[in-house]
Design a protein around this ligand. Structure first.
Ligand code: HMG
Length: 382
């Protein structure tokens, strides 16, 4: 019998600030229902000047290390598309903040929102070879578009960390997966831009096409019948996208799929906004925290990263998952509201550059702080 491997623990962190999308709607003359109902978004997390993907990622991972220790972790994968350096991985910064052992590999992975799933699968491979080891995965991103665009209300920020381990307490990941790669210009971020370039309508079609292709590949490789999948967790750039994905799967398979099979997974993303690589796993966090009938159930996951790579995979929830709830809701409730003017100020200041030394004072209540630039290098405070 092969050793079960999967997600043993999972933890979410987000920013110190939050913008109510009703305020953004009022400021831009948009009907607030367009955001609340049309996009399925209520709020978006806004990073303070002392926050970035490293501070959020380390904050997400720390509780996992406090619960399980550091001794068995020999790999840290950091999945992001908001990289802070072209060469040094965000994993190395996080490795130091988290006081992980020196005998540990630390690597960053990128493919739009998809990379955390690549990290999960690579982590499973490492644990399969050495079942005594654990792999720490951090998915952390800041979604930034130009202001006054249709994409502005779909921004957000957040991080999810998870521990890949043998005999996992939360979700055993099953071996059959379906994958699809297609070169499409639906969304990308050039090296000289802090905001993404997006063809919104094309991105929705590319997501849905990637989903059906990954699903077909999953089935062709012997994946479970749709009736054997009790819940779905779809990538959520905005939560109405999960509804579109769910509807597409129902049409594609010809099977009635009630909305209650995915809806619980949207609770955190509605409030956090798009967290790119972390978004799918924030969906899993919401599902595990909000659904009392998951023990032994199979969840179907659709991971999509623009550009594009899609993967459909499944996991079976452990019998005692309810003992492992982590109260991510408290993280969302702890954010301090900001005005539209303050959010726009923070947005405009996001590109710091590296040519001048800058000292950033601690401002938000985050556990780790970005401290600024010295000698062209990024500095952090614990
Ligand atoms: P838009 O121009 O605001 O679209 O752009 P819209 O005018 O079609 O409105 C959106 C929905 O709101 C529509 O519903 C309207 O009917 C509804 P739908 O037709 O979709 O069912 N609506 C209203 N509902 C209630 N009351 C009202 C009202 N008015 C309108 N008064 C778009 C929307 C998502 C395109 C834009 O926000 C965007 O470009 N976002 C960024 C791109 C994105 O999120 N794409 C998703 C797929 S790609 C992906 O997931 C990858 C990604 O995460 C990145 C990565 O992989 O790294 C983005």
């Amino acid at each position: 019998m092969t050793t079960p491997i999967g997600i043993h623990d999972l933890s979410l962190a987000t920013t110190g600030y939050v913008l109510d999308l009703a305020d953004l709607a009022a400021a831009t003359g948009v009907d607030p229902d367009k955001y609340r109902i049309g996009l399925g978004q209520d709020e978006m997390s806004v990073p303070g000047p002392d926050e970035d993907i490293v501070t959020m990622g380390a904050a997400a991972a720390l509780p996992i290390l406090e619960r399980h220790g550091r001794d068995r972790i020999r790999t840290l994968f950091f999945a992001t598309e908001s990289g802070v350096d072209q060469s040094k991985s965000a994993a190395v910064f996080a490795h130091r903040l988290l006081e992980l052992p020196a005998a540990c590999r630390a690597v960053e992975l990128k493919q739009a929102c998809y990379a955390a799933t690549a990290a999960l699968q690579a982590g499973i491979g490492i644990v399969a070879r050495n079942p005594g080891e654990q792999v720490l995965v951090i998915a952390s991103d800041i979604a930034r578009y130009e202001v006054d665009t249709a994409a502005e209300p779909t921004q957000g920020a957040g991080a999810v960390a998870f521990l890949v381990s043998a005999d996992p307490a939360l979700v055993e990941i099953e071996p059959v997966v379906g994958v699809d790669t297609a070169d499409v210009d639906d969304f990308w971020r050039p090296n000289d831009s802090v905001t993404a370039v997006v063809d919104g309508k094309l991105s929705i079609d590319a997501y849905l096409d990637g989903f059906t292709a990954a699903w077909d590949d999953y089935r062709a490789r012997g994946g479970a019948d749709i009736d054997a999948i009790g819940r779905f967790c779809h990538h959520q750039p905005f939560t109405r996208m999960a509804a579109k994905a769910h509807r597409r799967l129902a049409e594609h398979t010809g099977v009635d799929l009630p909305a209650d099979r995915y809806e619980t997974s949207t609770a955190y993303n509605r409030r956090m906004g798009n967290s790119y690589t972390a978004s799918l796993y924030a969906g899993l966090a919401a599902l595990l925290d909000g659904d009392d009938n998951l023990a032994g159930r199979r969840i179907g996951f659709l991971s999509y990263g623009s550009g594009s790579v899609s993967e459909f995979f499944t996991g079976v929830v452990g019998p005692d998952y309810r003992e492992h709830r982590r109260g991510a809701q408290a993280q969302l409730d702890a954010r301090e509201p900001v005005s539209v003017a303050r959010y726009r100020e923070l947005h405009a200041a996001a590109h710091l550059g590296s040519t001048h030394d800058v000292e950033i004072a601690p401002e938000t209540r985050t556990r780790f702080h970005f401290a600024g630039i010295r000698g062209r290098a990024r500095r952090y405070r614990s």
